[in-house]
Design a protein around this ligand. Sequence first.
Ligand code: BG6
Length: 489
Amino acid sequence: MLGTTVNPCTLSLFGATGDLALRKLFPALYHLDRAKLIHPDTRVLALSKEHIEADRYASMIEQSLQRYVAEREMDAETVARFLARLTYVPMDFRDTDSFAPLVTLLAREETHIAYFATPAAVFGDICANLAAQGLADKTRVVLEKPIGHDLESSRVINDAVAQHFPESSIYRIDHYLGKETVQNLIALRFANSLFESQWNQYHITHVEITVAEKVGIEGRWGYFDQAGQLRDMVQNHLLQLLCLVAMDPPSDLSADSIRDEKVKVLKALAPITEEQLSRYTVRGQYTAGSSDGKPVPGYLDEENSNTQSGSETFIALRAEIRNWRWSGVPFYLRTGKRMPQKLSQIVIHFKEPPFYIFAPEQRSLISNKLIIRLQPDEGISLQVMTKDQGLDKGMHLRSGPLQLNFSDTYKSARIPDAYERLLLEVMQGNQYLFVRKDEVENAWLWCDQLIAGWKRQGDLPKPYAAGTWGPVSSVALIIRDGRSWYGDM
Ligand code: BG6
């Protein structure tokens, strides 16, 4: 069954031979096609500067589908249908004349989606060229991160795009917002009065957000080293998660209602002062170690590395939100490359009961925790206290989970990739899973002051062995508050 709201459109993919397109975007489109969620008349224009014959391009895409789509999901009929939608057009993104073929190709199209899977430096040129060819009115533009490397550069990029497109036609990607469990945060919080009534400083002591990756730099040293983990992961993904956990209930599910609430959280983030930097932040850089039992090189020994780099591959920090709901509740954020496992989770720690009647030695057990597992094994678990089973146990307490594992519970064959959801939402013209300009800017504002502080203090990242949970000082950061990272850890 075709999704009823998906009208036909043409999707122009700028950067169609790049890693993101091959690894994520084409597989996502293929899955949508397979699920019959793309209109039969929807076409994909693949745009890149190389001159490639149509047949050769089609076989390149087929190969990348074989590589990135699970074998059980590959079927010849969908592959053929999907490839038939593709037209490869060589194009110089900075040259207006190069865009002329688009005018003909889009002549009868009402909705055109221009997806920029390119460096942000060319976003402005592409927008200007689309506008010069009279295509701006029918076009929604999709911008990939990173949007700049600080507030100022993000403004330059956003302003260049805004010269030709209104905010209502701009879709800024943060692929974490497309993850099923991340969207579930909205359902969990605002469809369950049980949680929402407890969701504040009266009932919650602290919140942990961990996004750990097992991989290292994966051949992206050049890009990554300019960014570091704060710009690459915190400015966008972790702050978006923090916003979804901390925001007030929106008055409806419209894009602006949700984004208004997220912006309020970003504005309420307390700046971390220079005096607080060494206590509230820890930067790390991985050294040689092991991953899955195999030796792996350190960050400075990766391909194309620069042995002098002071960029961080790990960051832990303690953030505070200055508002009525969250006053006094620290948010501990932690993210790193080359951690022991891939794991993204949010842990909400609830307060102990106000009066204690059980054995004193069990006191440390008694607090409820809500664990929202974003990946892998997507699900939600609420740690509750129960009495241990058995006549010999007396009133001995045990902490056990009330568990909801999404794939078991909903018997879903697969959890869709974030890009499937996001591409579908752009086709439907829904912006609620995309980031508004003021969100990007407020996130940069907060991160910029951290970067400036580290720079002034000459802060260098602390080493940690690949395959560990980061520098020991990241453990000290939370222990200082009488707490520990949940789990491992
Ligand atoms: C990207 C970062 O935005 O997110 C990468 O640039 C990171 O460095 C990736 O590896 C992580 O995404 P996911 O979906 O694998 O958690």
